[in-house]
Ligand binder design. Structure first.
Ligand code: G3H
Ligand code: ZN
Length: 283
């Protein structure tokens, strides 16, 4: 069965590693991520954004994740990524999700706090873990677009208070990463990670994990990041492979002939991330 993130995240923070959240967009993404986790013996978080749920269908998302958990025997969490409303969170929980993110970061602080508390109360009552978000993460992910001027870092004092009052299982804070591709190198505020992490029990979540240099990832983890979200790097690996194969062989018509190798490309990316995050061998 699918497990909440509270099944493995406390240990990750204690032992100083991070568990990756890899977003799923279709069957091949799901299979690639599962295969990678099996080979690495790593706990696993499938991220499903509202856009991906719309694309795949809610029932298919849950069915794929359940099949992966059953077939792999690994601890697998199915996590709603950037849930935008209480209603969406409840819909996913009813459908079988074992974890949800409520992203109230675009609301004023007190409103975010109030809504997140409500989500935690409902989710924890049925054994589902919750991730909250504070500060605004820039960049583009599906329908979620935040301009650079509107992206702002999390305030450490607010973040600590937010955790104390909501008791979320994982806390995403804006520390300088962004969704999607980076133009330059992200400037991560390690001081914010350190200050918040020291004062809360839950691990910190790093969104926009694609394109962040390995050294910055290692340092973030050493300071208390226990969950890292990756989507864009897998999309790039998948699409580059499909594009190259179709260009190389214009007569290809069997989708398995290009989706299979593209799936393999994602698997390699995910395995590397699991080793970098230190979650290999922890399942
Ligand atoms: O919530 C999902 C992640 O934050 C993905 O970010 O596409 O930049 O890897 P990314
Ligand atoms: Zn994100």
């Amino acid at each position: 069965p699918l497990v909440p993130m509270s099944h493995f995240l406390p240990r990750a923070k204690q032992e100083g590693y991070a568990v990756g959240q890899f977003n799923i967009n279709n069957l091949e993404f799901t299979q690639a991520i599962t295969e990678a986790a099996k080979e690495e013996r790593s706990p696993l978080i499938f991220g499903a954004s509202e856009g991906a749920i719309k694309y795949m269908g809610l029932k298919n998302v849950v069915a794929l994740a359940r099949a992966a958990a059953e077939e792999s025997g690994l601890p697998v969490a199915l996590h709603l990524d950037h849930g935008s409303s209480f209603e969406m969170v409840m819909k996913c929980i009813r459908a079988g999700f074992s974890s949800v993110m409520f992203d109230g970061s675009h609301y004023p602080f007190e409103e975010n706090l109030r809504l997140t508390k409500k989500v935690v109360e409902a989710a924890h009552a049925v054994g589902v873990s919750v991730e909250g978000e504070l500060g605004t993460i820039g960049g583009v992910e599906d329908d979620l677009k935040v301009d650079d001027e509107d992206a702002h870092l999390a305030d450490p004092e607010e973040a600590i208070r937010f955790w104390e009052e909501t008791r979320v299982d994982a806390l995403a804070i804006a520390v300088g990463t962004a969704h999607g591709m980076y133009k330059g190198e992200p400037k991560i505020r390690f001081d914010i990670i350190e200050k918040v992490s020291k004062n809360i029990e839950a691990p910190i979540v790093l969104h926009g994990g694609s394109g962040v240099p390995d050294e910055s990832i290692r340092r973030s983890i050493s300071l208390g990041v226990g969950k890292i979200n990756v989507n864009t790097e897998n999309q790039v690996a998948f699409t580059q492979k499909v594009r190259a194969l179709l260009e190389e062989k214009p007569d290809l018509i069997d989708p398995r002939k290009y989706l299979g190798p593209a799936r393999e490309a994602i698997k390699e990316v995910v395995k590397e991330k699991m080793r970098l995050f230190g979650s290999s061998g922890k399942a």
